[in-house]
Design a protein around this ligand. Structure first.
Ligand code: DAH
Length: 346
């Protein structure tokens, strides 16, 4: 009996080793393991046959079974490790990538047309000796209106035009970049020569030419002895640079509270050279900005003596210039992020 049980043990061990080695996956190995080392496995079954042995034979047999179990665990571990390595090796092979392949074509970005126009406008004035100034989009009533000589009941302050901050009567979204004139004059002793580009807000209805947020660029030149001839010469030089050739300009009297005299400035229509066309409404002129001589009340509100200091200011809409330059009919196209519109500017 003893011999037959121990033979069986030896046979089992050899057989288990072979099966471990031929298991092809870790799952399969686990199933094979259960067949030998599990509760219902062959080794346990053999242990249950211990009672067939005489009491003297049992301890030695028990030790042999335990030794066999240990040997099988070792064989199992070895095989498990080999399978794990194979699995990793296969993954490395199959997931191999060629890091030297050129990347799949990313598309190149480009400046938004409004930004491009803004940069061109700023560039022109920089070459004329202007610095760039900035101001916040959330402004104080003082910078946006009061200091610019807007009377308390001016319609621009009306809820219809201005976005006010709830519960903060003195704060608003700036309605124009003219607020930067005040900030600049409060922070700098003249002479000053600045342009200030940026977003402005008005609670307009949206249509082809209006948007509640749009962009302006402001100009301010303050020094002693500045005259309207300087303003005119500056704007002529600007228009020629903008359109790449000498286009006529004309100043029409107009009213803005912070300038006196004030003007609306037209350029000769670049589409028909003044002959009259659809774009200029048959007039031969296109309005592009507002301008004028800095009002004495503005100087007073920033503590400058209007007898000593003189200056001119101007402001224009960046969208308006971009629409003229690129022949865009609908202002909304600038804000929709539609690549069909934007891509040609790239
Ligand atoms: N701030 C004016 C507006 O938004 C534009 C303007 C007109 C600016 C005349 C100026 C100026 O500096 O002199 O309608």
């Amino acid at each position: 009996m003893t011999a037959s049980v121990s033979n069986e043990l030896a046979k089992l061990v050899t057989e288990a080793r072979e099966k471990f080695d031929s298991a092809l996956t870790e799952d399969e190995l686990n199933r094979v393991k259960a067949g030998y080392l599990g509760r219902q496995g062959a080794i346990s079954a053999l242990m249950r046959r211990m009672k067939e042995l005489s009491p003297e034979e049992r301890p030695a047999f028990g030790q042999r079974v335990n030794a066999a179990k240990d040997a099988l665990e070792v064989a199992l571990d070895r095989r498990r490790e080999a399978l794990r390595r194979e699995r990793i090796q296969r993954a490395i092979e199959s997931e191999r990538m060629d890091v030297t392949l050129p990347a799949r074509g990313g598309e190149r970005g480009a400046l938004h047309p409004l930004r491009r126009v803004e940069q061109d406008l700023v560039g022109i004035f920089r070459r004329l000796g202007y610095d760039v100034a900035e101001g916040p989009e959330v402004e104080l009533d003082f910078h946006n209106f009061s200091a610019l000589n807007f009377p308390a009941d001016h319609p621009a302050r009306d809820m219809q035009d201005t976005f006010h901050l709830e519960g903060e009567p003195d704060r608003l979204l700036r309605t124009h970049t003219s607020s930067v004139q005040i900030r600049t004059l409060l922070a700098n002793q003249p002479p000053v020569r600045i342009v200030a580009p940026g977003a402005v807000y008005r609670s307009d209805e949206v249509d082809m030419t209006h948007s509640p947020c749009f962009h302006q660029i402001e100009g301010l030149f303050v020094d002693r002895g500045v005259t309207m001839a300087h303003l005119r010469g500056t704007l002529e030089a600007f228009a020629a640079e903008l359109f790449g050739r000498s286009v006529g300009i004309r100043l029409r009297p107009s009213f803005f509270p912070f300038v006196e005299p004030g003007a609306e400035v037209d350029v000769g229509c670049v589409f028909c050279d003044g002959a009259g066309c659809r774009v200029c409404g048959q007039t031969g002129w296109i309005e592009i900005l507002g301008a004028g001589m800095v009002h004495p009340a503005v100087f007073e509100s920033v503590g400058l003596d209007p007898e000593e200091w003189t200056g001119f200011a101007f402001g224009m809409g960046i969208e308006r210039i971009a629409m003229l330059r690129y022949g865009v009919q609908d202002i909304r196209l600038f804000y929709e992020n539609d690549l069909r519109f934007l891509a040609p500017f790239a």
